[in-house]
Design a protein around this ligand. Structure first.
Ligand code: ATP
Ligand code: MG
Length: 779
C-alpha cells in the first residue's frame, strides 16, 4: 500500500470514506486477490466540470493508493449526442488534472459485439425478449411507484422468435421504435428499474466511432455493468442517482456474466452554491450565448477554470476537502475560493497593478527623474525570497477608489490634506484635486512627497493610516483586466421556481479597458500567477493576451467579499452539517491550524523559540507569530499591555490574520492597544466571547476603541440576575413542549434553551448565568 501522503491529489490526514473502507476490507478478505481496478466513465456529450473532478479524483486516487489502476472509459453508447470534440477535450482535461491511465483508454462502443453476444445469451436463457409495443405503450404499462406494471403481450414470445427478431433488428430490417429488447425480470418489482427494463433500442443514427455498423444501441444500464466486467473492474464508483440502478447492475451481471464481477458504490455528487454542475445545463449556457463558450472563465468546466487561471492543484485540493458520503449536500462556493487562494498564496508573487487609475502628480519630485525602488515579491507570511525594482517618478497612478474628496467616516486613504504611504515608495500628501471642467469629476491629484520617507518609513516615527499601491504612469503597462465573479446570483439557482438562467449574475464579468500594471510583469513567463496587491490573484488570459496588450483575468479576490455582504456569515445549507460530520471539512477561513508552519530565517527562528519559552505558546503558533516582524511586534506590544500571551496569540492568529489576508498590518486602523483592550473587556466579563468577535470586526473597520464601541452600541454583557430571569421565564413559557421533554429527562435540550436566551438578548446574556437560571427554572 502506498502512502496517501505522497500522492499530490490527496492530503495527509484526508478523512477516509465508506468506499475506501470497503476497498480495505476487500483487500483484507482477498476478494479480488487484492486487486483494485476502477474507471472514470464520462459520456462524451459535453465538457467536464468541477463535479467530474470529484469523481476523477476519487477513482484515480483510490486505485493509486492501493496499488491498483484506473481506466479512462468513454461511455459512448448514445450516438445522438456524442462527439469527438468532447472526447479530445475530456482527455485533455483529465490529463491536466494530473491523472494518468497509461494505455488503458477504452470505449464502450468497442464492446458492442461482446454486448450483443451477452444479449443473445440472455434471450437463449429465457431472460430477455423482444417487445413490439410502441413507446407510449411501454410507458403506459410501467405502472407507478404505488401500482405494479402490466406485463407485455410479447413477454412470452418463444426463444426462437426472439432470437430471430433480435438478429433482424441488428440487420436493420426495422424502423426506430418498432421493437426493443427487454429484460424479463418482474413487472411488479417495487424498484421500477427492475420492471422489464429496456436493454436495446433501434436507432438508425451515425455513431462518431462506429459509423453505420450498428443500428441497435445498448441502454446505459445494460452496457455499463458489462463494460465494467469486460475490463475487470473491481469497484465501480458512481454518483447517488444510480443507487436504484444497482439492482439492475447486479441482475445484468448475475445473468449475463460469470465471476469475478464488479460491485457498484454510489457517493454524493458535488454541488456548489452559485453554480450549476450539469453538462446539459452548461450546454444550454453555451448554446444560448449566455457565456462565451465552454472555456469561458466563468464556466465551472475544467477548461473554463483552467483558462481563468485556477491550477489543477487547487481543484484537487477542493476535491479532497469535500465529503464522500451517501447524502446529497451543497458545498459553499467559498470553500472553492478558499482552496484557490490557499494554492495561489504560495505561488503568486506580489506585484502592484492599478485597476482603475487616477493620475497623481508629485509636484516637488524632479521632472524626468526615475528611482528604481526595491520591492520584495513575498512581503508577507510566505517564506520565499526574491524581489524586483519598481520605478518611481513624478507622475503616478493610484486606484481611483483610494481617494475621496470628502472622506466619509472610516475612510483612511487619500483625501485633500491627508498623508498616506505609497507602498515601498514615499509618504505623500494630497494638496489638491483637479477636476474635469465638463464632468466635475476629479481627474488628477496634485501631491507632495516627503523625501525622508523613502522605502515607506518615516524617520521621525510619524504614522499614516493607509498604504496604497501605485504604478509609475510612464513605466507602467496598459492592460485589459477582466474581473470575474460568481456566475449566478442565487445560491441554488436550480431550486427556484423561476428559470435558473434568469439568475445569471450581470456582474459576473466586468471588463476594465485601461488598467496599469508595473513593468516587471513583462519579464515573467506568461503563465505566472500574480497577486496584485490589495486586488486579488490574476494571470494573463492565454487566448486573448498579446505582447502588445496583455489581458489579465482575475482568478479570485483576496477575501470573500460576499461573505461580508451577507453579514459576515458564509452561507451554508443545513446538509452541510452532515457533510462536516462525515469528513471533517475545514471551513473556508484560515485558522492557525491550516497555515503551513513557515520556514524561518535564523533571526525569526530564534524569536519563535523565545516566544515558545517565554509565553508557553505551542511551537507552531510561535513560529507563525514570528514569521512576520510587524505581527511579532504587535503581539509583544499587546502582551506588554497586560494581555495574557495565549489570548493575544489566539486572537492574532485566528482573527487578525484572517482579516489581513494579503494586506499589511499597517493598512488596518488599529494598534495593539485595541486588541489588549478588547481582550480585557472579555476577561472581566464586560462582554461575551460572541460579542467580542462583533466588536473586533467593528474596530478593524472603524479603528474605534473597543470600549467606545461597546458603550455606543450597548453591548455590555447582561449579568443582571432579575433581568435575565425574566428572559429565561419567557423562553421556557414559549416552548412548553420542549420544557416538558427536558423535564422528562432529555437534558441535552439545555443547549437549545441557552441558544434561545442568547438570541433574545442579541448575544449579550452571560451564557453561564443563563444556563444556571434555565436549569433552576426547569428543575
Ligand atoms: P452531468 O449530469 O453533468 O451531465 P453526467 O453524470 O451525465 O453529468 P457523465 O459523463 O455520465 O456525466 O459522468 C461521468 C462520471 O462523473 C459519472 O460517474 C458521474 O457519476 C460523475 N459525475 C458527474 N457529475 C458529478 C458531480 N457533480 N459530482 C461528482 N461526480 C459526478
Ligand atoms: Mg450521464
Amino acid at each position: 500500500m502506498s502512502d496517501a501522503a505522497t500522492d499530490p491529489g490527496s492530503k495527509p490526514g484526508t478523512a477516509t470514506n465508506f468506499i475506501r473502507d470497503t476497498i480495505i476490507e476487500d483487500i483484507a478478505s482477498g476478494k479480488y486477490d487484492g486487486r483494485v481496478v476502477t474507471r472514470f466513465p464520462p459520456e462524451p456529450n459535453g465538457y467536464l466540470h468541477i463535479g467530474h473532478a470529484k469523481a476523477i479524483n476519487l477513482d484515480f486516487n483510490l486505485a493509486d493508493e492501493f496499488g491498483g489502476v484506473c481506466n479512462l472509459r468513454f461511455d459512448d453508447t448514445n450516438p445522438e449526442t456524442e462527439d469527438p470534440e468532447y472526447v479530445a477535450a475530456i482527455i485533455r482535461d483529465v490529463k491536466w488534472l494530473g491523472f494518468d491511465w497509461d494505455d488503458r483508454l477504452y470505449f464502450a462502443s468497442d464492446y458492442f459485439e461482446k454486448l450483443y453476444e451477452c444479449a443473445v445469451k440472455l434471450i437463449k436463457d429465457g431472460k430477455a425478449y423482444v417487445d413490439s409495443q410502441s413507446d407510449e405503450e411501454l410507458r403506459a404499462t410501467r405502472g407507478t411507484v404505488t401500482e405494479p406494471g402490466t406485463e407485455s403481450p410479447y413477454r412470452n414470445r418463444p426463444v426462437e422468435e426472439n432470437l430471430d427478431l433480435f438478429e433482424r433488428m441488428r440487420a436493420g430490417e426495422f424502423k426506430d421504435g418498432e421493437h426493443v429488447l427487454r429484460a424479463k425480470i418482474d413487472m411488479a418489482a417495487t424498484n421500477m428499474k427492475l420492471r422489464d427494463p429496456l436493454l436495446y433500442r433501434i436507432r438508425h443514427a451515425h455513431h462518431y466511432r462506429r459509423g453505420d455498423d450498428w443500428c441497435i444501441y445498448p441502454m446505459y444500464d445494460y452496457a455499463h455493468p458489462l463494460s465494467d466486467a469486460i475490463e475487470g473492474i473491481t469497484h465501480s464508483i458512481c454518483t447517488l442517482e444510480f443507487e436504484n440502478n444497482r439492482a439492475l447492475y447486479d441482475w445484468v451481471l448475475d445473468n449475463a456474466w460469470t465471476v469475478p464481477r464488479p460491485h457498484q458504490y454510489e457517493f454524493n455528487r458535488l454541488h456548489l452554491t452559485y453554480t450549476v454542475l450539469s453538462k446539459r445545463k452548461l450546454l444550454q449556457l453555451v448554446d444560448d450565448g449566455l457565456v462565451d463558450g465552454w472555456d469561458d472563465p466563468r464556466m465551472p468546466t475544467l477548461t473554463g477554470q483552467r483558462r481563468r487561471g485556477v491550477t489543477p492543484e487547487a481543484i484537487r485540493d477542493l476535491c479532497s476537502r469535500v465529503g464522500v458520503i451517501k447524502t446529497d449536500t451543497r458545498v459553499d462556493l467559498g470553500l472553492y475560493d478558499y482552496a484557490i487562494r490557499n494554492d495561489l498564496n504560495f505561488r503568486a508573487p506580489r506585484v502592484m497593478a492599478v485597476v482603475r487609475p487616477l493620475k497623481v502628480v508629485i509636484t516637488n519630485y524632479p521632472e524626468g527623474q526615475t528611482e528604481w525602488l526595491d520591492a520584495p515579491y513575498w512581503p508577507h507570511d510566505v517564506p520565499k525570497e526574491g524581489s524586483r525594482k519598481v520605478p518611481f517618478s513624478r507622475t503616478l497612478f493610484i486606484e481611483r477608489d483610494d481617494f475621496m474628496e470628502t472622506p466619509v467616516k472610516k475612510f483612511y486613504r487619500l483625501a485633500p490634506g491627508r498623508e498616506v504611504r505609497l507602498r515601498y515608495g514615499y509618504f505623500i500628501t494630497c494638496d489638491e484635486g483637479i477636476k474635469d471642467p465638463k464632468t466635475g469629476e476629479i481627474e488628477e491629484l496634485r501631491c507632495t512627497y516627503d523625501p525622508k520617507t523613502r522605502g515607506g518609513d518615516s524617520a521621525d516615527g510619524r504614522k499614516v493610516k493607509a498604504t496604497l499601491h501605485w504604478v509609475s504612469a510612464e513605466h507602467s503597462v496598459s492592460a485589459e483586466v477582466r474581473l470575474y465573479d460568481r456566475l449566478f446570483t442565487e445560491a441554488e439557482p436550480e431550486s427556484q421556481d423561476e428559470d435558473w438562467k434568469s439568475f445569471i449574475n450581470p456582474e459576473s464579468r466586468i471588463v476594465v479597458e485601461d488598467a496599469r500594471i508595473e513593468p516587471s510583469v513583462t519579464d515573467d513567463p506568461a503563465d505566472t500567477r500574480y497577486q496584485f496587491e490589495r486586488q486579488g490573484y490574476f494571470w494573463r488570459d492565454p487566448m486573448d493576451s498579446t505582447d502588445e496588450r496583455p489581458v489579465f483575468n482575475r482568478i479570485v479576490t483576496l477575501r470573500d467579499s460576499w461573505a461580508k455582504i451577507s453579514g459576515g456569515h458564509v452561507e451554508t445549507t443545513v446538509e452541510r452539517v452532515d457533510e462536516a460530520k462525515a469528513a471533517p471539512q475545514r471551513p473556508p477561513v484560515s485558522s492557525s491550524e491550516e497555515r503551513k508552519p513557515p520556514r524561518l530565517n535564523a533571526r525569526r527562528r530564534e524569536r519563535a523559540e523565545r516566544f515558545e519559552a517565554d509565553y508557553e505558546l505551542d511551537s507552531q503558533d510561535a513560529a507563525l507569530l514570528s514569521a512576520d516582524d510587524a505581527i511579532a511586534e504587535f503581539f509583544l506590544e499587546a502582551v506588554s499591555q497586560g494581555t495574557p500571551p495565549l489570548s493575544a496569540a489566539n486572537w492574532i492568529l485566528n482573527e487578525l490574520l484572517r482579516e489581513l489576508k494579503g494586506l499589511d498590518l499597517a493598512d488596518l486602523p488599529i494598534t495593539a492597544s485595541h486588541l489588549a483592550e478588547l481582550i480585557a473587556l472579555m476577561d472581566d466579563d464586560t462582554i461575551s466571547g460572541r460579542i467580542a468577535k462583533d466588536v473586533f470586526a467593528e474596530m478593524i473597520e472603524s479603528g474605534e476603541k473597543p470600549g467606545s464601541i461597546v458603550e455606543a452600541k450597548g453591548l455590555r454583557q447582561l449579568t443582571d440576575q432579575s433581568e435575565l430571569e425574566s428572559v429565561v421565564k419567557a423562553v421556557v413559557e414559549g416552548h412548553p413542549d420542549k420544557a416538558e421533554t427536558y423535564r422528562g429527562g432529555k437534558t441535552g435540550l439545555i443547549g437549545f434553551f441557552v441558544g434561545q436566551v442568547m438570541r433574545r438578548t442579541d448575544g449579550k446574556a452571560n451564557p453561564e448565568l443563563a444556563r444556571k437560571l434555565i436549569e433552576e427554572e426547569l428543575a
